[in-house]
Design a protein around this ligand. Sequence first.
Ligand SMILES: [Fe+2]
Length: 230
Amino acid sequence: MIFNQLFDKKSSTYTYIISSGKGREALIIDPVIEHTDEYIKVLKNLELKLVKVIDTHIHADHISGLNELNKRTYCSRVMGEKSKSEIVDIKLKDNENISIENIQLKAIYTPGHTDCSYCYIMNDRVFTGDTLLINGTGRTDFQSGNSHDAYNSIFNRLLKLPEETLVYPAHDYNGKKYSTIKNEKNNNPRLQINSKEEYAEIMDNLNLSDPKMMDIAVPANLKGLTLNQL
Ligand SMILES: [Fe+2]
């Protein structure tokens, strides 16, 4: 399997290029627009045909490469059905599968960070977007986020996966590339709590400032625009 994890330094975003092998179909999860050329180069070097591109949610900290990759490769743009994006070709329901050649992912609806956040399970791993981060969790104070929903998504969906499941998030700010469900369950400081109320108390009092890119990134990502088109 080809599993390429790329990093955008500016927004600390992880992007994933996945394929079952050289010369086959590929998919990309959470691309960053500035790196479109780099993704195209990786695809070309491995003789991959990009057929699908997924955003785990509408990002607030960077402009997605979803639409640009569609323009360049004619791949299908995929998000969960709760997404308000105007440019999505395939909208997935909770528990719905999406496939490329020899690879299948299952979308699970995990609201909380935003109301359009989905995670994607692929064999031994899960792409958690901003729902579950390594030693952290996605903030719940904007984009229709909700700390109670986030608790449900994390504790009743993600932490119910087999403990050895690998966790691949959309961001990491400390250089960590992946984790496991077991490790997050036991060591993630945000998850060492006893009730939904306790989790909401933490999340509702983080007092974070808005991401610098938010006023640009959210409208751009809803309409599939570039910085120059805004
Ligand atoms: Fe996010």
